[in-house]
Design a protein around this ligand. Sequence first.
Ligand SMILES: Nc1ncnc2c1ncn2[C@@H]1O[C@H](COP(=O)(O)OP(=O)(O)O)[C@@H](O)[C@H]1O
Ligand SMILES: CCCC(=O)OP(=O)(O)O
Length: 358
Amino acid sequence: MTKVFRILTINPGSTSTKIAVFDNEKSILETTLRHSAQEINKYERIYDQYEFRKQVILDTLNDNGINITKINAVVGRGGLLKPIEGGTYKVSEKMLSDLEVGVLGEHASNLGGILANEIAKQLDIPSFIVDPVVVDEMDDIARISGMPEIERKSIFHALNQKAVARCAASELGKKYEGGNFIVAHMGGGVSVGAHRKGKVVDVNNALDGEGPFSPERSGGLPVGDLAKLCFSGKYTIDEIKKRIKGKGGLVAYLGTNDGREVGKMIEEGDKKAELIYKAMAYQIAKEIGSCAAVLKGEVDAVVLTGGIAYDKTFVKWIKDRVAFIGEVIVYPGEEEMIALAQGALRVLRGEEEAKEYI
Ligand SMILES: Nc1ncnc2c1ncn2[C@@H]1O[C@H](COP(=O)(O)OP(=O)(O)O)[C@@H](O)[C@H]1O
Ligand SMILES: CCCC(=O)OP(=O)(O)O
């Protein structure tokens, strides 16, 4: 008889906490708790959200009758560690300290490994992270920014981008490693990646002022004007950072990080909301176009994913501008929870060895 492993997966995002429980690949619980900008922005540091997110997870498991003592492993979404290759990593002391400090910055996913470890340690079971947001497969040419002191970085929705690109490849009867894909993940942050033969060779840093603006981030800005704002004396460095990430994008223009709310505002005739939301779609389409150039026009499919891909009008705005590049495939939401579980299962079944973060 096949052994059944029960896996708890934890995915803290900038606008949500997603929790799922799997018996092998079979989902027995999958739930998304959305957090408003007000709820999230009251915490100064990501680590300050630890107790709040932990309680949300434990309450959800309890409310759904999940007995945590029956769980065999806990997997968290990996955060802003040092750049590493993709795969499943054991949570280690070094990883925990890097996540707590935020060696590459602050993001909700830093809590993934910390929360997984906390729950696993009480039960004396293993904890892992899979394909963290710092997976780095960029071509050297893509690292050049235009200012020698500043190197472009690979920080993006690696877990979901790779999972949905594999789904698209299989839908087209191809291997992921044999095709070229452009994936736009549209969540609290937005990342658009050029996948060439199984590697993400270029992608915008979704966290820190590159690429399209997003529900809670400014995306790339005119640098001269940003420099003036920084030295205007009106803002502290922390305030500027918050305007780039957390209080940027839709939050700054419309006061919400929720795509559904913006949709409602537009339905009610709000012209400003319509302009801003269309501008976000426009910027995402433009970024997809630049990835098409990276791939020299050899694109098997453009894949749209993330929470905002549920919005059919928004998807149409993008499709209208990028359909000339190739087939557009839409996977609303994400495949992150099953990808996390599968990463742990490969290790628990002895198919793969967990990597060490050093
Ligand atoms: N049905 C929907 N229509 C429009 N936007 C949606 C819908 N469902 C979720 N969203 C939006 O998607 C974004 C969150 O996407 P998600 O991929 O869950 O991101 P994160 O992991 O950052 O929390 C939020 O702006 C949320 O309001
Ligand atoms: C840190 C890059 C990934 C990202 O932006 O995730 P969210 O959309 O969950 O904030």
